[in-house]
Write a protein that binds this ligand. Sequence first.
Ligand SMILES: [Mg+2]
Length: 220
Amino acid sequence: MLMSVKKLKTGLVKNKIKGLALDIDDTLSFTWSYWAQSLQEKFGGPKDLSLTEIRTKYQLVQNVPHWQSREAYEWMEMARKSNEIQELLPLIENSNKMVERIDKIIPVVCYLTIRGQSVIPGTEKWLRKHGFPKAPVIAKPDDLPLEEGSIWKAETLRFLYPHVLGIIDDNPALINYLDASYKGTIFLYNNLEIPQTPLKVIQCKNWEDIPEKVVNFLQT
Ligand SMILES: [Mg+2]
């Protein structure tokens, strides 16, 4: 387990704090939109489809046929490793205000992301710029392949429970890597299809919904 994760757990145990983790990409930052817009400008895109329609149709940018060239993949690699690009990402509307509200109900104790550790500086600047609560950014080890990101995230969540009671995340794939032995809660943001699961998953249509769902969760 990463030193930063162990350190976080030790601190939470010592100070008897229980809180929530937050995903960043497409939960707090509209990373998809920045990527899609940049890729479209550089490499073209499906004609007659708006960016929203492209997202509905293909979901991941990697699935869009126009963006499957070597040059497009190289741009994606560059974007993943660029601290400057993390700083430029648009904010998902109101996510910062809602997180501020949630932090008063239950502390946000970390940002847990499958971005690589090398982009922690740009990520921290972005979080500060938008007024998110101060908490450590736990990022995937740089040498771990991207495809193993969700497995790593699931293991980290398991390790941190019950000091980290759950996560707000947009990625339903995370659920596939956690089994029934995980007692934490996944607040699944902006994703209306929940895979069949024995886990505690709370569907959250938009950010405005989440503070109330957090309050309800703490009362049960
Ligand atoms: Mg995400």
